[in-house]
Design a protein around this ligand. Sequence first.
Ligand SMILES: CCCCCC/C=C\CC(=O)SCCNC(=O)CCNC(=O)[C@H](O)C(C)(C)COP(=O)(O)OP(=O)(O)OC[C@H]1O[C@@H](n2cnc3c(N)ncnc32)[C@H](O)[C@@H]1OP(=O)(O)O
Length: 292
Amino acid sequence: IQALQISENKIIKTKMLSRACFRQFSASIRRMSSTNIVETNIDSGTGFATVTLSQPPVNSLDKNLLTAITDRFKKLSDDSSVTGAILTSKFDGKVFSAGLNIVDMFQKSDDHLGEFWGMVQEWYLTIQGFPKPLVSAINGHAPTGGCAMALMSDYRVMVEGKTIGLNETLLGIVAPFFFADLMIAAVGRRHAEFALNNGYLYTSDEALKIGLVDEVVNLDQVVPTALKILTKMTKTPQPAYQVCKNFLRKETMDTLRNDRAGDIAHFVGFVQQPNVQKAIGGYLQALKQRKK
Ligand SMILES: CCCCCC/C=C\CC(=O)SCCNC(=O)CCNC(=O)[C@H](O)C(C)(C)COP(=O)(O)OP(=O)(O)OC[C@H]1O[C@@H](n2cnc3c(N)ncnc32)[C@H](O)[C@@H]1OP(=O)(O)O
């Protein structure tokens, strides 16, 4: 009986302690004024921002989500209290991001396509140019643009049993040069050529083997593992980190910056080809009918 009373007291004390810890913890979490499709919490103790993509059903990157993510990362860049960030998805265990919104590329005017691609460029330039340590907590599938977004971070922790890759060719389209360069930087030219030419979607374990992701863990461990590595990365002297990251990434970003209009014209011309439209339409239909 005495032993039971002691352990009961311990449980009560532990509960009181964990409530106090929770109060302390929640007091240190600042929620940024966010759109509800990109939730952002900042831990004022560590300065870590957690950016959670929350656009149902699959975080497909339409104009709204591209703009919201871009705006968010620009603010985090400028906020001196933010030391680093984690990028993840609300739909954990399901999808990180389904990539660019295919509907935005099907039967649209040149103006619509041009504006859409300008937003894709800005999204890439902003995340790829994010000067602070950024870790992707890939808690679900990450095809095409979802994979590209993960590749823009500095470290990738992926949940087991999902898929990731730049599989654009399967849709009858081709990844832009700045997506291809992200893949080459992560896995080298040989694997990148195979991956892109064949539109190969890797399982988490295959992705780990070629270096497309850095760690594969179970779902519960995705965010904690990302936080652990972010803690290590933010201990590197940050001026040096930023200068190094910028100089390693600058060349491809400059190529795009120097001819954004040409890149937009290339995208519009490519996507408007009748055979490409036919392929995109067929893919969209197959996607919709997959579950019927
Ligand atoms: C010079 C030329 C340059 C061209 C450059 C183009 C660059 C990048 C291209 C892209 O990023 S294209 C995006 C391609 N994305 C994909 O192929 C992924 C497709 N989606 C899936 O495989 C699956 O949805 C999923 C991500 C594995 C999730 O599967 P789940 O079973 O959970 O969900 P679904 O039922 O399949 O989907 C729900 C709902 O969302 C619609 N949807 C899915 N992905 C997209 C998308 N990328 N864009 C628009 N809509 C999408 C899907 O059709 C379902 O719709 P409903 O049937 O519910 O209406």
